[in-house]
Design a protein around this ligand. Structure first.
Ligand SMILES: Nc1ncnc2c1ncn2[C@@H]1O[C@H](COP(=O)(O)OP(=O)(O)OP(=O)(O)O)[C@@H](O)[C@H]1O
Length: 255
């Protein structure tokens, strides 16, 4: 699906019939609870319902221990909720087998992490092409797509550099290219500027903003209130609950 196909929010925003809400939604959490076992168990997410529409750039913001990482793991299907539903691009993921879930995750979601998670033995081009491994495409198709993704993030002059030969900001751009190369329904970025100096942070956030203007759906998880305040929508988390209700939920859209 093209980037343009993935977006298209503006035309129907405000119409909250359930079919329209589903068509608009890149991601929906419905009554999600996540408990970690223990004595007593820890309820890290407590009845969280949230809709993120296609083309949105959203900050999920909260202090340490509020449940942001747990939410990222549940949204990204890296961890299963104790109860509730997780839908991405209209597909309910909570009930899929582990094998199908891994395939859906690889197709639907792009991840960006604070620590970059690039492979040092590989060039930037190979690292980004790795984002297409699950697509089943041949290497001869993966490499030109990776080169285009690196060009999009301003790194066409660094294709054959290894991560250690790149600056922190450039490494994060490689990671963003890897997250985008398979045209995911949503990009989940966990503290994407957490390891960067202020200049690199600003330029990575500008890139995320540009990608949002091109129609990408991006969720930024952060503890940084200033960074969150600069994004078009903020969802605040406190003690595992949403402090700011999603507008779609207020309108009765997601239940
Ligand atoms: N594996 C686990 N087992 C038990 N409790 C956990 C586990 N992981 C997280 N928790 C608890 O769940 C709550 C939410 O943790 P989470 O890591 O999601 O918060 P966070 O907002 O991401 O914090 P930080 O910004 O410090 O990373 C915390 O009270 C934490 O102690």
């Amino acid at each position: 699906m093209s980037t343009a196909d993935r977006s298209g929010r503006a035309a129907t925003t405000g119409d909250t019939t359930s079919s329209t809400v589903s068509n608009l939604a890149a991601l929906r959490l419905v009554d999600v609870v996540k408990e970690y076992p223990g004595h007593p168990p820890v309820r890290a997410l407590d009845s969280v319902s949230l809709q993120i529409d296609r083309g949105e750039l959203v900050a999920i913001v909260g202090p340490s221990g509020s449940g942001k990482s747990t939410m990222l793991h549940v949204m990204g299907t890296l961890d299963r909720p104790t109860s509730g539903r997780v839908e991405i691009d209209g597909i309910e993921l909570s009930k899929l087998s582990d094998r199908r879930l891994a395939a859906a995750r690889a197709r639907l979601i792009g991840f960006v992490f604070q620590q970059f998670f690039l492979l040092e033995a590989m060039t930037a081009l190979e690292n980004v092409a790795n984002g297409l491994l699950y697509s089943g495409e041949s290497k001869s198709k993966r490499l030109p797509k990776a080169a285009r993704a690196l060009s999009r993030v301003g790194l066409s002059h660094r294709l054959h550099h290894r991560p250690s030969e790149l600056s922190g900001g450039e490494r994060q751009r490689v990671a963003i290219a890897r997250a985008l190369v398979h045209d995911p329904a949503i990009v989940l970025a966990d503290e994407p500027t957490g390891n960067l100096d202020s200049v690199s942070s600003e330029s990575v956030m500008e890139l995320l903003y540009d990608l949002h203007h091109e129609g990408r759906t991006i969720v930024v998880i952060t503890h940084d209130r200033d960074l969150a305040a600069a994004l078009p929508r903020q969802v605040a988390v406190s003690d595992g609950r949403l402090v700011t209700p999603s507008p779609a939920l207020v309108a009765g859209g997601a239940r």
